[in-house]
Design a binder for this molecule. Structure first.
Ligand SMILES: [Zn+2]
Ligand SMILES: [Zn+2]
Length: 351
């Protein structure tokens, strides 16, 4: 089978001919039809993230090994099953849950495998979907999708939509809440759709780009703020009767955005940090208890969240947006375009 692999960080991905795996036990081999191109693939490609004081956090220190086939938003059809795999038949269309844990830690035991102490996520710690086939460790990580559902759009549910959904759930929004969604890219737009569909809160979208803000409005934002053109703190205060935001979901999560977020929080506000831009934050420690802020990190979502999302997508409540399609040989181009902000919705690779 052909796989587009990161052989060495920062170098172009190489299309390699690898032996097609044979599923054993509860494993299932999936013929990949669509694999989403995610921002975190860029970090894998670059070999790390920005940490405190400009320090670089290496992916290899977190257990990532190269060469690696990236790709964790995988939709395709069942090719073959191990002797213990059940519940699926050949050619059935499925979405793969990639946030696989080792199964025994407290997170795994409480259904939060995405937060496993020893993660084995597909496309990060194990070979993923930038390939003609992917070996899934167990049939338990497959969810059937209807034939009439678009395969490319469905693929993006397992990270893009799931991360947005996990963040909206972590914000625990109430009907009377004002929520500020920072960053109206793919994830932000999905969070706006979800917050609109499953909560009754007032949604304020914030971005630097008017085009993205007008998309935010179309997707359900009640108000928008261009933080480049107007003072974001004053704008939020005006829209919230000077009370501040009850919740902020920050899909950028850079020093600059979070420092601003901290300035428009209402007492008891939740600040949900999602983006992987990175950097550092100076905190006024006394404000944390006196204003009872809650700082929450949010990473992807659970298998049951993904199942809920498939149902929401099937009923048309959320509409994942796929804007660019690439071949395996164009993997480097796909990552470069994403890095340069040239992909408006989501890019997918069709091996
Ligand atoms: Zn992702
Ligand atoms: Zn675990």
């Amino acid at each position: 089978m052909k796989s587009a692999r990161i052989v060495k960080p920062k170098e172009s991905l190489e299309v390699k001919e690898l032996e097609t795996p044979k599923p054993k036990g509860s494993q299932v081999l999936i013929k990949v039809q669509s694999s989403g191109v995610c921002h975190s693939d860029i970090h894998l490609w670059e070999g790390g993230y920005e940490g405190i004081g400009g320090q670089f956090l290496n992916t290899t220190d977190r257990g990532v090994k190269y060469p690696l086939t990236p790709g964790h938003e995988i939709a395709g059809i069942v090719d073959s099953l191990g002797e213990e795999a059940q519940g699926f038949t050949k050619d059935e269309k499925v979405l793969v849950y990639p946030w696989i844990g080792e199964g025994l830690c407290p997170a795994c035991r409480s259904g939060e495998e995405n937060l496993c102490d020893k993660p084995r996520s597909l496309g990060i710690y194990m070979d993923g979907g930038y390939a003609e086939y992917v070996l899934v460790p167990s049939y338990r990580y497959l969810v059937k999708i209807d034939d009439e559902m678009d395969t490319d759009a469905s693929a993006t549910i397992s990270c893009s939509a799931l991360t947005a959904y996990g963040a909206v759930k972590n914000a625990n929004l109430k009907p009377y809440d004002n929520v500020v969604i920072v960053g109206a890219g793919g994830l932000g737009l999905m969070a706006i759709q979800l917050a609109k569909a499953v909560t009754g809160s007032k949604i304020i979208a914030m971005d630097l780009d008017d085009e993205k803000l007008s998309a935010a409005k179309k997707n359900g934002a009640d108000n928008t703020i261009n933080s480049k053109k107007e003072d974001p703190i004053r704008a939020v205060m005006e829209l919230t009767d000077n009370m501040g935001a009850d919740a902020v979901i920050d899909f950028v999560n850079a020093s600059k955005t979070v420092e601003t977020d901290m300035q428009f929080l209402r007492k008891r506000a939740k600040l949900v940090l999602v983006g992987l831009f990175g950097g550092e934050l100076k905190l006024s420690l006394v404000s944390m208890p006196t204003r009872a802020y809650r700082l929450i990190g949010s990473y992807t979502g659970t298998l049951s969240d993904m199942t809920e999302l498939i149902s929401l997508a099937k009923r048309g409540v959320i509409k994942p947006l796929v804007s660019n399609r690439f071949k395996l040989s164009q993997a480097t181009e796909a990552l470069t375009m994403l890095k340069e902000g040239k992909i408006v919705g989501r890019g997918v690779i069709n091996p």
